[in-house]
Ligand binder design. Sequence first.
Ligand code: ARG
Length: 467
Amino acid sequence: MAEDIKDTKSSNQMWGGRFASGPSAIMEEINASIGFDKKLYAQDIRGSKAHATMLAHQGIISGEDKDKILHGLDTILSEIESGQFTFSRKLEDIHMNIEARLAELIGPAAGRLHTARSRNDQVALDFRLWVKEELQRTEQALTGLISAFLSRAEEHADSVMPGFTHLQTAQPVTFGHHCMAYVEMFGRDRQRVRHAIEHLDESPIGAAALAGTGYPIDRHMTAKALGFREPTRNSIDTVSDRDFALEFLSIASIAATHLSRLAEEIVIWSTPQFGFIRLSDAFSTGSSIMPQKKNPDAAELVRAKTGRINGSLIALLTVMKGLPLAYSKDMQEDKEQVFDAAESLELAIAAITGMVTDMTIRTDKMKAAAGSGYSTATDLADWLVREAGLPFRDAHHATGHAVALAEKKGCDLAELSLEELQAINAAITADVFNVLTVEASVASRKSFGGTAPDEVRKQIAWWRARN
Ligand code: ARG
């Protein structure tokens, strides 16, 4: 597409009737949106073709004019796609750029296209169509990410790692279980995307400036032709509403927050101190000065993109919050936020999917860390409840003594002798050593949604059937 925006057209040619002189250069600068809304060219042309077809079907324009319009619009589509179209800033936006070119191509018939519509319903249509397609792309991307996690979870349903709370070792879990936590998060994001597609699936075209139109249009026909479930029901709301853009941005912000938490874990796990994973060369960078370094730049940038996406949500919420009904030009500021967030989100999902697929899981390091920090203390307490009949609070207390002793001796719980344990509670037998290993600990957590490998495999199967 031609990037340069020329100013060869005559100013205010679309409404010249009422205006004696053209806009000042500054007015033109602040007013024009063609620099970014040219991204909507395909949606604008689709919308215009559906509108013109409906106008002819309803006898509002002639079949001959409709044919000229459709042919002209097809020509414009190929001019834009082959980089031959000259965008003009004097023509403000994509809608007027296309209409002006249509007039050059087909003459007076072009002037009939804008019957029974306004740029207000036109832009609402174009933007909805674009956001709908972007939501569909996001759904696909999330499905890819979920599937990457399912593979890693399957591979590591038995690999033990430390589970953390407060980033302090809590209880052993499996890496597969940890992966499945992200599957749940991205699965919810995908549900939100699907709901948003349902919410926006109404066609705005025909709401006109705000009040509807006196022409006998058929909004159900255009809705159907454009792949919408039905037309919107209130013409004032239709041209005032940007919920679909806000909903996209809030979904994007929540998904980006999930991606950012994962990115943070990737950063932590790939430090030499943790050493739980090794990132592939494809997703890390070196240092220009320190030859030993391998940096998780992609993860850090995913973490940072979240700030940018959240910023877009706040920006558009703030644009919309004070607007009286119906359309105000403020709303032109909706597109850049959505375009930028969409690009960032797509890139972040792709980068994370690549990292998750490629990273090496260092099961030896994970297992060693899982056993340290007295991570099986809860298992000892549970054993005392189950086998020795202690109330949980007493078992907790006795286990606290065992941890303190092990800490004093600088050893693990499993390295305490039977005598030492019996001195803490006489009911303890050698059987206790069966629960003090990390493997026994994870295998015992068979509650629904728990970390036991068999349970994790059930979760994986549930998701496989739904991905
Ligand atoms: N470029 C405008 C936008 O993006 C199109 C709608 C203009 N409507 C108007 N009444 N000036 O919002």
